[in-house]
Write a protein that binds this ligand. Structure first.
Ligand code: SAM
Length: 193
């Protein structure tokens, strides 16, 4: 069988981010979870870069740390905050190259720790203010999760309203099961001279 050329939204986010993140960059993982995205980001920024991560669950911070240790990522490369991503502006000074959101809940854990439309929109707003020109934000939404449909709609409405300053892309597989995950990716336009 030929390989599938349309990757999952999470993989597509990595493919796009890989093109803009460079060694030494500072980036944010807004939903650490099990640390898969954080590991990807750490591998992109290298030994002199920084991955700043947020999650509201202690378990997620521990899993993400284990992920880093298993892959030999130096401690100096990552910094986690047990805080909502809506508060990222309280912890991050200066600009970042990219912010990743992988919404919903931690697979295999307590599903009550789930992202919510209101907090997510606040976090998107903060992230937009931190990203440098040419930098990128990716948001994977899960409309099939409880409240996920409303959250995905809020993310798309928020992103659509920012077309003047951002290139906005929506990636979603069609004709699959109902409510497949969706990716919204945005690249900040370069400021006009
Ligand atoms: C789908 S998981 C993230 C997967 C993760 N990026 C990975 O690579 O494994 C979603 C995560 O968002 C976290 N979360 C829920 N509400 C949050 C909030 N307000 N701020 C930050 N993280 C939140 C959950 O605890 C959960 O760990």
């Amino acid at each position: 069988m030929k390989p599938l050329i349309f990757p999952k939204p999470t993989e597509m986010a990595h493919m796009w981010l890989r093109q803009i993140i460079e060694p030494g960059d500072r980036v944010i993982d807004a939903t650490l979870g099990n640390g898969h995205d954080a590991l990807f980001l750490a591998q992109c920024v290298g030994a002199i870069g920084k991955v700043i991560g947020f999650d509201v669950q202690e378990l997620a911070l521990e899993s993400a740390t284990q992920q880093m240790l298993r892959h030999g990522i130096p401690e100096s490369v990552y910094q986690w905050h047990l805080a909502s991503h809506a508060r990222m502006g309280d912890f991050v000074i200066g600009s970042v190259k990219a912010v990743m959101f992988n919404l919903g809940y931690l697979p295999g854990a307590d599903h009550t720790w789930i992202t919510s439309a209101d907090e997510t929109v606040l976090a998107l707003e903060s992230a937009a203010g931190l990203i440098s020109d040419g930098g990128m934000m990716t948001v994977v939404c899960y409309p099939g999760h409880p409240g996920g449909d409303q959250e995905a709609e809020a993310v798309k409405a928020w992103a659509l309203a920012r077309g003047a300053d951002w290139h906005v892309v929506h990636y979603e597989k069609w004709a699959t099961r109902q409510a497949a995950p969706e990716l919204i990716a945005m690249q900040k336009k370069e400021a006009r001279p």
